[in-house]
Design a protein around this ligand. Structure first.
Ligand SMILES: Nc1ncnc2c1ncn2[C@@H]1O[C@H](COP(=O)(O)OP(=O)(O)OP(=O)(O)O)[C@@H](O)[C@H]1O
Ligand SMILES: [Mg+2]
Length: 364
């Protein structure tokens, strides 16, 4: 049973602090994904958990024991990297068994574990080949196999699929999911691909600039992003943000006058705002609909994208703000048209403080 806890972990390289105090508690058997833009500190955080990088301050706990001073090899973790880091002159079998032999694992045990990993990752036919004779996806399976044979308490993956083409990524995603199902280990997986995060994670940790922005289940992040950053990061195409001013507060929530013209009500609480406060309305492209009459705003369409099963409209509002709309099926709207839009069911609207970026919680 392996849990992992970070308590106020920071990391500085010289005078530059890149991890700025992260608290995180991961349950046994959980699949947690770290996401965030390039340079936000995902790899650094993972390397500190692995023991490849010392923490500057704070605690890393595995199964309730502080492991700050425990060397990487003794933490019972295994890490899979983006670059497969296989030994080119060794066969797949040797690549899998090498680490165990170094640890003086008895030979029959090594053979048992290699055979089991090969079966699990469907690479029994590849055992005598060298890495140079494998495809990218097969190499990544060997790299994962090398982690599996170590029977670690926790698996750490750092963007393991980013060298693979789109189709293979989808396939490997499923394989890693199956592996997690079968082994039941705690796994931490780093990616900057939010689709990977949404599809694989039990819980997602969204990082930005060395800080944890939100930690929660994928649909909770989608439905209730805590701030503008998470709202813009989770969901594709990204959420639209429209500037507005609070006009009135009431039992129905907040009435907002949009810069783009029109008024919308958002059924949310209103701590910290008052009439006149600057706010941002968040509306996802998939929640906007065409309205022949009585729409909330009008959009001057500059691009229409027809994908067959769905269509996208991109355009400009009277305020000059841009907006994207996703429509189910095909559309007759063409470039140059002006269309009326309904800005989502009230319950699907999000409202943020313009200044702090924090989301206003829904009415309970
Ligand atoms: N050894 C180091 N010395 C100095 N700065 C470093 C070192 N390693 C990482 N950094 C800096 O720390 C920050 C976080 O880097 P990190 O590699 O953790 O980001 P990341 O989120 O994994 O990004 P990516 O998605 O591009 O892999 C970056 O600004 C990076 O330049
Ligand atoms: Mg990285």
């Amino acid at each position: 049973m392996s849990t992992l806890e970070l308590k106020q972990v920071t990391k500085s390289f010289g005078a530059t602090q890149v991890i700025k105090g992260i608290d995180l508690a991961i349950n046994h058997g959980e699949f947690v994904v770290f996401v965030g833009p390039s340079g936000c500190g995902k790899s650094t955080l993972l390397r500190m958990i692995a023991g490849l990088e010392p923490v500057s301050t704070g605690e890393v706990r595995i199964d309730d024991a502080i492991v700050n001073e425990v060397p990487a090899a003794e933490r019972g973790l295994a890490m899979v990297f983006q670059s497969y880091a296989l030994y080119p002159h060794m066969s797949v079998r040797q690549n899998l068994s090498f680490g165990l032999e170094n640890l003086k694992t008895p030979k029959p045990e090594v053979e048992r574990r290699v055979a089991e990993a090969a079966r699990m990752l469907r690479m029994e036919q590849l055992l005598e080949r060298r890495p140079g004779q494998l495809s990218g996806g097969q190499r990544q399976r060997v790299a994962i196999g090398r982690a599996v044979v170590r029977e670690p308490k926790i698996f750490l993956f750092d963007e393991p699929l980013s060298n693979l083409d789109a189709e293979l990524r989808v396939q490997m995603r499923v394989e890693i999911g199956n592996l997690h199902q079968r082994l039941g280990n705690t796994m931490i997986y780093v990616t900057h691909d939010q689709v990977e995060a949404m599809t694989m994670a039990d819980r997602i940790a969204v990082l930005k600039d060395g800080r944890l922005e939100q930690f929660g289940r994928p649909l909770d992040l989608y439905n209730r992003p805590a701030n503008l950053f998470v709202a813009g990061f989770i969901g594709s195409p990204r959420m639209n943000f429209l500037n507005g001013t609070v006009k009135a507060l009431g039992s129905e929530g907040v009435k907002v006058a949009l810069d783009a013209g029109g008024e919308v009500s958002v059924p949310c609480q209103f701590q910290g705002i008052a009439p006149g406060s600057a706010v941002k309305l968040g509306v996802r492209p998939e929640h906007i609909s065409l309205k022949d009459a009585g729409g909330d705003v009008s959009l001057s369409v500059s691009i229409t994208e027809q994908l067959g099963g769905e269509s996208y409209l991109h355009g400009t509002l009277p305020s000059g703000e841009t907006l994207s709309v996703r429509l189910a099926g095909q559309t007759r709207v063409v470039r140059g048209d002006t269309v009326g839009l309904g800005l989502a069911d009230p319950a699907l609207r999000h409202l943020f403080h313009a200044e702090t970026g924090l989301a206003l919680p829904p009415l309970t």
